[in-house]
Design a protein around this ligand. Structure first.
Ligand code: UDP
Length: 440
């Protein structure tokens, strides 16, 4: 079917205060406006722009709106509309149903988590009735074994309100008219196949990614410092170390990481954040940290690593760093955006998950995609300096690193193809837009 007129009133609803979810929503908004001529309203609660260090770039031709209560009268006859929500805002799909417009989930994390949405609610029901062994691993599509200790946070807190909320989200996603995911077919093929097999019991799933940030000029000062330094380093020689927009280490772990990087003898660019007791503290309260993170570095660390290490405080221009030819490895907390970015730029990983769904992502990277080596905490929950040094050497100059690099070059090509004119992700998004037009 040919499109008659562009769809209007596509409302995108990311969750408040979650930068890692807002970024793909902004990129989706750009695609819908630039490639599909949609009129998009991106609903960003003010709390987010107040809390974060950099204002994420907005789509072109953006306007700020104050919202008055929605009214159906505002929609012209023949005009199409749709609501696209994050998993954390999934309850809002009821509003779309009230107005009779399509309600879509934009799933900005691994498609494998949709598999969990299908598997876990049933599992917990059967555990309650048949006292199944809760400690046994579950099998994800592609025969990936996932142990309960690698489940997303809150899942294992059965009987808690938080666990119940997560299960409610997991069940609610079935009511969406469709699920758009920030992934691509070749990246999570088995998960997509499995979700397709389960239809019509589930909504259709459309991989439209990898959508990564394309507009990074807001970071130019920090960017030029890092890029200038990277320009002087040999090709693929630098390990980038960063734990996402808010991941933090304990004081002891921070110290071990510093000493491990020092011991490895490898070049590194480390984005340091002041240590916290809990890894997720800064995500949950970004105002809490006032100290200079560089104050926590071991004595004479900067002197000892001068020339082969660059330390930047709190925020690094990650896209610029990962796309730079001198970058050869990435220690990541396994946030989904970071995984997609490493895929697009073909950078091998050391997986160091901290919280939320990151442990599950680490399992996917090591057991499924095979593009990472994972750290292992000791009995005190700390990754020791010797292990860090050894893994860094294995990734940067060992056989394993080269194997991962070869594997990633295929994945990188597949990512590019998915987004090409006739690629699977381009076609999937066009299909979604057409669905919206068809239901006006
Ligand atoms: N990011 C960045 N510089 C930093 C930290 C993070 O540019 O110092 C960006 C990174 O490129 C990614 C996003 O912030 O796009 C973090 O998302 P991710 O899903 O990896 O982790 P989260 O912050 O949600 O845990």
């Amino acid at each position: 079917t040919q499109r008659s007129q562009p769809p209007h009133n596509i409302a995108l609803l990311p969750p408040p205060s979650v930068l890692g979810h807002l970024i793909p929503f902004i990129e989706l908004a750009k695609k819908l406006t630039l490639q599909h001529n949609c009129t998009v309203t991106l609903i960003i609660p003010d709390v987010l722009s107040m809390n974060h260090k950099i204002p994420p770039s907005r789509p072109p031709h953006h306007n700020r709106h104050r919202f008055s209560p929605a009214s159906l009268d505002g929609r012209s006859p023949g005009e199409s509309a749709a609501l696209v929500v994050d998993l954390f805002a999934i309850d809002a799909i009821d509003i779309a149903k009230q107005f009779g417009i399509p309600a879509y989930l934009f799933h900005v994390i691994a498609t494998y988590e949709l598999s969990l949405c299908v598997i876990l609610p049933k599992l917990y029901e059967s555990c309650a009735s048949e006292s199944r062994d809760m400690a046994a691993p579950i099998t994800l599509p592609g025969s990936i074994a996932l142990s309960p200790e690698d489940f997303p946070d809150l899942i294992n807190e059965t009987n808690s309100d938080a666990h119940k909320s997560v299960m409610d989200w997991y069940n609610k996603f079935r009511e969406a008219d469709g699920v758009i995911v920030n992934s691509f077919l070749e990246l999570e093929l088995e998960a997509f196949k499995d979700l397709e097999r389960r239809r019509p019991g589930l909504p259709p799933v459309y991989p439209v990614g990898p959508l990564i940030r394309t507009d990074t000029e807001a970071e130019s000062d920090r960017g030029s410092e890092c890029v200038k330094w990277l320009n002087d380093q040999p090709p693929k020689s630098v390990l980038f170390v960063s734990f996402g927009s808010g991941g933090t280490l304990s004081v002891e772990q921070f110290n071990e990481l510093a000493l491990g990087l020092d011991m490895s003898g490898q070049r590194f660019l480390w984005c340091v954040r002041s240590p916290q007791d809990k890894a997720a503290d800064e995500y949950l309260n970004s105002q809490s940290i006032v100290e200079d993170p560089l104050d926590f570095l071991p004595e004479r660390f900067l002197e000892r690593t001068k020339g082969r290490g660059l330390v930047v405080a709190s925020w690094a221009p990650q896209i610029q760093v990962l796309s730079h030819g001198s970058t050869g490895g990435f220690v990541t907390h396994c946030g989904w955006n970071s995984i997609l970015e490493s895929t697009v730029f073909g950078v091998p990983l050391i997986a160091w998950p901290l919280c939320f769904e990151q442990r599950m992502n680490a399992v996917f990277l090591t057991e499924g995609l095979k593009t990472a080596i994972r750290v292992k905490e000791n009995e005190n929950g700390v990754v020791g300096r010797e292990q860090i040094s050894e893994l860094v050497k294995r990734l940067m100059e060992g056989k394993e690193g080269n194997q991962i690099r070869r594997r990633l070059s295929d994945v990188k090509i597949a990512a590019g193809k998915a987004l090409s004119r006739e690629g699977s992700s381009t076609k999937a998004l066009a299909h979604v837009v057409q669905q919206w037009i068809n239901t006006k």
